[in-house]
Design a protein around this ligand. Structure first.
Ligand code: ADP
Ligand code: MG
Ligand code: MG
Length: 255
């Protein structure tokens, strides 16, 4: 089993008015097989946490640590983080014109594993996972994220997740823009990956809806760059009923 540890993490972004601190001391410990939901109002820093774990260059860690089984994740390049087994599904994935889904997946798998997958098994694996995710085989020949619908982007993320088999997955707003059927299909994919690989999951979400399909072991409420409250699944139920008002003290203006 592995452990991803975040200790007193402070993160800033560069704005036109200078550096702005977004994360103000975040502590989180995620072990293999555990699912942690990060919930919170818009602008509370949830995506900033995801990008910081993944190593996005726009986000500067000013203090604190992120370690994977004691290894310093912050000292690793983006690629090294992926090879170490940390996977990020982006809220806004980038378009890659001229690269097919099929080639992209094989290149990513080769990079993560350090060797090319055996072609016959790989083709079968891709076909099986695409079938499970109810994706048309022709999807594999499309350019990555070019003209993808919201639902196709999410399925493509979960396709990567199931094929790359990371130790930890950070899923940022995987539920956004999905209808009920797509949400169920995508959630089942996450649950399969959890079961198959004893994967740890950091599930970032504004809404409680996805938590009916992907059961969290722990819930952390993010407010203004900090964890304001933590609990078990019952905390998500409470948020479903009460919203974030009692954390933000802004009443109806909270977005
Ligand atoms: P969430 O995902 O919880 O909605 P974000 O992490 O996206 O929150 O944003 C947190 C805060 O940081 C917001 O006030 C946002 O405007 C600000 N922020 C995030 N990224 C940047 C950036 N690249 N440049 C300037 N401000 C940013
Ligand atoms: Mg601090
Ligand atoms: Mg966000």
């Amino acid at each position: 089993p592995s452990v991803l540890e975040i200790r007193d993490l402070h993160v800033s972004v560069e704005t036109e008015h200078g550096a702005k601190e977004i994360l103000k001391g975040v502590d989180l410990t995620i072990r293999s097989g555990e699912t942690h939901a990060i919930m919170g109002p818009n602008g509370s820093g949830k995506s900033t946490l995801a990008y910081s774990i993944a190593g996005h260059p726009k986000y500067t860690v000013t203090s604190g640590t992120i370690t994977l089984d004691g290894e310093d994740v912050l000292a690793m390049s983006v690629d090294e983080r992926a090879r170490a087994g940390v996977f990020l599904a982006m809220q806004y994935p980038v378009e890659v014109t001229g690269v097919s889904v099929s080639n992209f997946l094989r290149t990513a798998k080769t990079a993560v594993d350090g060797e090319a997958p055996k072609l016959r098994h790989w083709v079968k694996d891709v076909k099986n996972v695409m079938g499970d995710l109810k994706m048309d085989p022709s999807f594999a020949e499309r350019d990555v994220n070019v003209g993808f619908s919201g639902g196709e982007k999410k399925r493509h993320e979960i396709l990567q997740l199931e094929l790359l088999k990371p130790r930890f997955a950070v899923l940022d707003e995987t539920d956004s823009g999905l209808d009920v059927d797509a949400l169920r299909i995508v959630s089942e994919g996450v649950n399969r990956a959890k079961a198959a690989n004893d994967m740890g999951v950091l599930l970032i979400t504004h809404y409680t809806r996805i938590l009916r399909y992907i059961k969290p072991d722990f819930v952390h409420v993010f407010v203004d760059g900090r964890v304001a409250e933590e609990g078990g699944p019952e905390l998500a139920e409470r948020l479903e009923n009460e919203g974030y008002d009692r954390f933000t003290n802004q009443g109806a203006t909270a977005n």
